[in-house]
Design a protein around this ligand. Structure first.
Ligand code: 0T9
Length: 383
């Protein structure tokens, strides 16, 4: 394949074979060096807020309808970062570092032009299977996004199919003291280009944003673009979305376009999203000031090995982390204790998911959740 260095061809072939015959937790498979990313999955929730002004704009919307539209606009604008940024930054989709239990990632986006500061707290709440919980808030705007992310993977006709497990809930504090909630479900992924060693993601299926006000946005990632009879095939990353009022099945707004470029109102042609311009990466503390379990500190030597092509260093440092984890688990077992999560509390059934999921027949009808314990200050109180 094009993406595979000559010296790693046979190891890529056997890796692909192991994916084919495997279903479950891909993160635990050992992959050849060229496909390794120096970035841990605990950093991924930052993709939700790399356009902080669009997040903040949700709070400025004047009514339920405008808020539903503002949430859809922000959501669509996150997709490029979530699903194509590794291709841009690292050349192709790469295998992220598999977070350890209790791994942390904190960051902020500064206040600018009155948008308020946005804060991010992430914790790896399970190692096997990998589950990442996150809480993103803009307190001055009364906005908070809480969610968790896990995956179920399978292999189908040359592609890795990834079902996203988990959901996110956006809470908006309204001026009258009430709250509006938005349940956000996540699309399926197909990872193509595996044989060639240059994987990339395509989104499939449908995802929803259900507001407690009754407004519903439906995003369809497999809709076909209307084209002339001379054109064949379709361009990647096309979507169509609808915004539907409470109790109705007739959309008042239809959007279509490319989530990695631009989209427009299907009826008026008015521009909707445009993510061709730069995004803002999250600001993190210097590594020297980090907690030992903060992602960039924990993985710093592994990441350096991967970045500099020193794979022996990377694998030696990775083994150290894994051995330390195994020892911790053994110690806990011996002491009859369990690892305590730092920021999140697990609940078996999320009441918001259950209540809002009913409105659009969410499948499954119930999901668990990780509730943020509000025990992190931004900036952190001096240690
Ligand atoms: C939540 C996102 C998620 C995490 C990643 C499937 C994947 C792990 C999960 C779903 C984020 O909000 C969005 C983007 C990318 C997803 C990753 C892409 C990917 O390939 C990995 C899996 C675990 C692999 O590393 C597969 C092996 C690899 C060789 C293919 C590149």
């Amino acid at each position: 394949g094009e993406g595979v260095p000559a010296a790693q061809k046979s190891s890529w072939t056997s890796f692909v074979k192991s994916i084919v015959s495997f279903s479950g937790d891909l993160s635990s498979l050992t992959a050849p060096p060229f496909i390794l990313s120096p970035i841990s999955l605990t950093e991924f929730p930052a993709y939700w807020c790399e356009r902080p002004e669009l997040f903040a704009a949700i709070a400025d919307a004047k009514d339920e309808k405008e808020r539903a539209i503002a949430v859809l606009k922000w959501f669509i604008s996150t997709l490029k970062g979530q699903y194509t940024s590794r291709n841009e930054k690292l050349g192709s989709e790469k295998k992220p570092l598999n977070p350890v239990l209790g791994e942390l990632f904190y960051g902020t986006w500064p206040d600018r032009d009155g948008r308020g500061q946005t804060n991010l707290a992430v914790e790896q709440v399970s190692h096997h299977p990998p589950i990442t919980a996150y809480y993103i808030s803009n307190p001055s705007k009364g906005l908070a996004l809480q969610g968790h992310s896990a995956q179920k993977t399978s292999f189908s006709s040359g592609s890795i199919v990834v079902k996203q497990i988990g959901h996110a809930v956006l809470t908006v504090d309204l001026p009258d003291g009430k709250k509006e909630e938005f349940l956000i479900t996540l699309p399926r992924l197909r990872i193509d280009g595996i044989w060639y060693g240059s994987p990339y993601i395509e989104l499939t299926g449908v995802s929803y944003i259900q507001s407690s006000s009754g407004w519903l946005s439906t995003i369809d990632y497999e809709a076909k673009e209307a084209r002339g009879w001379l054109s064949f095939g379709g361009k990647s990353h096309f979507f169509k979305a609808t915004v539907t009022p409470p109790g109705s099945s007739t959309p008042i707004k239809r959007i279509e376009g490319y989530w990695h470029e631009t989209s427009k109102d299907s009826d008026s042609g008015e521009p909707f999203t445009d993510v061709r311009g730069p995004k803002e990466e999250v600001t993190v503390a210097p590594v020297e000031q980090m907690h030992e379990f903060e992602s960039r500190k924990l993985w710093q030597h592994v990441a350096r090995g991967i970045r500099e092509g020193d794979y022996e260093l990377a694998s030696r440092e990775k083994s150290k982390i894994e051995n330390d984890q195994r020892q911790r688990r053994r110690d806990e077992q011996a002491a009859g204790t369990k690892w305590q999560l730092k920021h999140f509390e697990h609940i078996e059934s999320d009441p918001i998911y259950e209540r809002l999921g009913k409105l659009f027949n969410a499948n499954p009808p119930k999901e668990d959740a990780y509730v943020f314990m509000h025990n992190r200050d931004f900036p952190p109180a001096a240690a």
